[in-house]
Ligand binder design. Structure first.
Ligand code: PLP
Length: 386
């Protein structure tokens, strides 16, 4: 059997339709959108068409979409830009609250702002990876500027109760940003329904190319740019647009909306098969009782290293992750699992499967056969070593 790819939360293959719309902008239509000639005008039109596609997918107006180089930049932009905008408008520096399970590109910029007079605090989560509402409410007693909580967690797939989070924050007139990078294409994402003031999305998690994303903003948010220069993106994000990637991102957004139901149906069935087998094998499934993305299962077996299992599965042709893509090189147990109260030992065993709509029940069956063999083999080793 060919290699099976079960790591869609890390990145996805570009959809063929997306690649097709991108190619001309890397070849004959190579203009810079700021140029006045026909090449430039065509590039400008293509970027604006893509903006309309992105805006439609999440229910906003085109003027609310600021293209960035991806989710990391959009999250940094949200944290730095919103806080800088507030100080420019005369507000005192106050508290920034980010959940304990955020991607580092949210938590780290908040921490960096501590050197500039802000207080960064973490909102705890429960054993199911869900923000503790009472803790958030208590934290919001201190003067605050921004709450950032991700819509879906990249490791466990847990979905947050944004309605309640937004209600608590807005009662104190605090801005809410959500990182919807992992939610887009997997659940319906409507900016206005969420009620947030800023939202991050990224192209390469939804069948688009790497290197494109967007920060979506409520019109009333006065944000300070991260990058100054030629004044692209209405002065909010200077730098020549990555036209081909933006064009691909637009089409990927459109297709993600069209195929959402199919994605959910396919991955729900695959996840049910996987989870049932894992339970029968006495694995721990993290955030098992949370409302989870239908494509994501994060699990561990006691006394079996996640890295070892991932390597064995890779050899057998199954691509899975041992944690989030960026933290898997660090050797540190996942900060998400630790925040959920999982022991360091069990967290070191964590393995993440994230399906896409192209995966099949046959692939999952093949995976389970290998997993059972490998777990039995590694259990024997750990019994000898003990
Ligand atoms: N936010 C989340 C939840 C992610 O999973 C990722 C990527 O893994 C990012 C942000 C970063 O996005 P990008 O890779 O587009 O910079």
């Amino acid at each position: 059997m060919a290699n099976a790819y079960f790591d869609h939360n890390s990145t996805t293959a570009i959809r063929p339709e997306v690649l097709n719309v991108m190619l001309p902008f890397m070849q004959s239509q190579h203009g810079n959108p700021t140029s006045r000639h026909i090449f430039g005008r065509n590039a400008r039109d293509a970027v604006e068409d893509a903006r309309a596609q992105v805006a439609k997918a999440i229910g906003v107006q085109t003027s609310q979409v600021v293209f960035t180089s991806g989710g990391t930049e959009a999250n940094n932009f949200a944290v730095h830009g919103i806080t800088a905008g507030l100080t420019r408008n005369g507000f005192e520096k106050s508290q920034i609250l980010t959940s304990a399970i955020e991607h580092p590109c949210v938590g780290k910029p908040a921490q960096a702002l501590q050197a500039h007079g802000w207080q960064a605090n973490s909102i705890p989560v429960d054993a199911n990876c869900r923000v503790k509402m009472d803790a958030l409410e208590a934290l919001l007693d201190a003067p605050s500027s921004l709450v950032s909580v991700m819509l879906a967690n990249n490791e466990t797939g847990a979905l947050q109760d944004m309605q309640n989070i937004v209600a608590l924050a807005r009662a104190k007139k605090v801005y809410v940003h959500t990182d919807a990078v992992q939610a887009l294409g997997k659940v319906a994402v409507d900016f206005n329904e969420l009620g947030v003031q800023a939202m991050t999305i990224s192209s390469h998690k939804i069948g688009g190319p790497q290197g494109a994303g967007a920060l979506v903003l409520d019109k009333r948010v006065d944000i300070e740019p991260l990058l100054y220069g030629g004044g692209q993106e209405r002065g909010l994000r200077s730098g020549t647009e990555n036209v081909a990637a933006i064009v691909g991102f637009g089409t990927a957004c459109e297709l993600a909306t069209q195929h959402l139901q199919e994605f959910q149906q396919t991955t729900t069935a695959l996840q049910a098969k996987l989870d049932a087998a894992l339970r029968a094998m006495d694995a721990t499934i993290f955030a098992e009782n949370a409302n989870r993305l239908t494509n994501t299962t994060f699990f561990a077996f006691p006394n079996i290293e996640g890295e070892t299992l991932v390597t064995a599965l890779d050899k057998a042709g199954f691509a899975v992750a041992s944690g989030s893509a960026c933290s898997s090189n660090s050797g540190e147990p996942s900060h998400v699992l630790l925040a959920m109260g999982v022991s360091e030992d069990l967290a070191r065993g964590a393995v993440r499967v994230s399906f896409g709509a192209s995966n099949t029940a046959q692939e999952v069956q093949g995976f389970l056969t290998v997993l059972q063999q490998e777990v039995a083999r590694l259990k024997q080793y750990s019994a000898i070593a003990a």
